[in-house]
Design a protein around this ligand. Structure first.
Ligand code: GUN
Ligand code: ZN
Length: 438
């Protein structure tokens, strides 16, 4: 499925030039260029124009379709495709009953390789081209994921899960072995092509003080690493952390004490935080990876979007599969809207779409590379149907203003609307029968 070097994609181009307000349907931050040609030279976007480009470009005609930057999923678990939709549990028993047993299979290199390939192909088939990913505690699971990402040219940030307690024997590491594995993986993968390493303590309960200190040491020694973990997701979990770390002021403060918080820290959930926590997140420049389908499915709680925004904490959007119920960032946006509706805020389509693209990119410090259709950005681009089936077609015909169209789209759409996914200018997913006109 290799594409030619200089290609021009025709369609309705939608991206952002700035951050839109939370709840305004009209926004100067939105850039909509209907029926334009997006110009891609090799790996990069080089421009866009209304006029058809000359013969020097291979023209791919998706006229009447929607073209968006590839989605950025800032928190998702590669081995958890196998436990998506597991019944009847909250976080801690869900981990024990379903997730830990399933993750043990990734100790096998063949399983890790097949699982990583299937996982990244699934992301691409859902319109996600960049992701921050939890593999497992096993070193082979990290190598397999980086290799699979490299083969697809994807922007993937990941690292070995650290867990030296409160987990089954087969998923536990120890401080010295984990440190040696991390050092080897950082040397091998960090900064190679589009790949970056994230120091990955699973969450405070599964790492000893010594292991969290080791994680802080890695971050201090190697500039430019990311850090990913979970924080304040579930009330029983928060209570457990308070018992395990009685000296810490809060759950978040555990991570602060071990030097884990900076502008490259990605903290999933952040539901049960207080004002002091949010002030600290702002001060450190750390982001919350909001995972609404997971928060609903595991009954974890309603994320305080308005409170986080008020405290100027960066918010990104995440599927958190397998706690989350879909890899689709469209479904994730729709769930985020519903969670905030319950919490008393009506997010605009712009706030949602921005968070799933340019906002996520910005939170990761990658605004100039991913999340937009700006000249100079990587050509990570998806082509979507505006409507599939009579109900959605009717709804789109009735919609008059752009916000109404896009909001109805993100409420009704899912991965079946995806026509093509490009990663650094190469087609990496094409729907059966989705051959474009030329
Ligand atoms: N907290 C610790 N591990 C996990 C996980 O795998 N999923 C979710 N949602 N929360 C966690
Ligand atoms: Zn998670």
């Amino acid at each position: 499925m290799n594409s030619p070097q200089r290609i021009a994609l025709r369609g309705d181009l939608l991206d952002f030039v700035d951050r839109p307000a939370r709840a305004e349907p009209e926004s100067p931050a939105v850039r909509f260029r209907p029926d334009h040609w997006l110009l891609i030279d090799g790996e990069r976007i080089v421009g866009a124009q209304a006029k058809a480009p000359d013969e020097g470009w291979t023209r791919i005609d998706h006229g009447g379709k929607l073209i968006l930057p590839g989605f950025v999923d800032t928190h998702v678990h590669s081995p958890q495709l196998d436990v998506i939709g597991s019944w009847g549990a909250e976080l801690l028993d869900w981990l024990e009953t379903y997730t830990f047993p399933s993750e043990q299979r990734f100790s096998d290199p063949g399983q890790a390789q097949r699982g990583s390939n299937a996982f990244l192909d699934a992301l691409l088939a859902h319109g996600t081209t960049s992701a921050v990913v939890f593999p497992t505690v096993h070193k082979v699971s990290v190598d397999a994921l980086f290799e699979a990402a490299q083969a697809r040219g994807m922007r993937v940030i990941t690292g070995k899960v650290l867990m030296d307690r409160h987990a089954p024997e087969a998923l536990r590491d120890d401080v010295d072995g984990a440190e040696a594995d991390c050092e080897a993986l950082i040397a091998r993968w960090h900064g190679r092509g589009r790949l970056a390493y994230a120091v990955t303590p699973r969450f405070a309960p599964t790492s000893s003080d010594a292991q969290l200190a080791m994680a802080g040491g890695l971050l201090a020694r190697h500039r430019g690493l990311y850090m990913q973990t979970h924080v304040a997701e579930n009330r029983a979990e928060v209570q457990w952390v308070a018992e395990l770390f009685p000296q810490a002021r809060s759950y978040l403060d555990v991570y602060e004490r071990f030097g884990l918080l900076d502008e490259r820290a990605v903290l999933a959930h952040g539901i049960w935080l207080d004002d002091a926590d949010r002030a600290l997140l702002h001060e450190r420049g750390a982001q919350i990876a909001h995972s609404p389908t997971s928060n609903l499915f595991l009954g974890s709680g309603l994320f305080g979007w308005a409170e986080a925004e008020q405290a100027e904490v960066a918010i990104s959007l995440a599927s958190d599969v397998g706690g989350g119920t879909s890899l689709s960032m469209i479904r994730t946006m729709a769930a985020a809207y519903q969670v905030q509706a319950l919490a008393g805020t009506k997010l605009s389509a712009w706030a949602l779409l921005h968070t799933a693209t340019r906002g996520g990119a910005q939170a990761l410090g990658l605004k100039h590379e991913i999340g937009s259709l700006e000249a100079g950005a990587s050509a990570d681009v998806c082509v979507w149907d505006w409507a599939v089936g009579p109900l959605a077609q009717r709804r789109q015909q009735i919609a008059s203003r752009l916000h109404e169209k896009v909001f109805a789209w993100l409420t009704l759409a899912d991965e079946r609307y995806l026509v093509e996914t490009y990663v650094v200018g190469q087609v990496r997913y094409r729907r059966a029968g989705g051959e474009p006109g030329r």
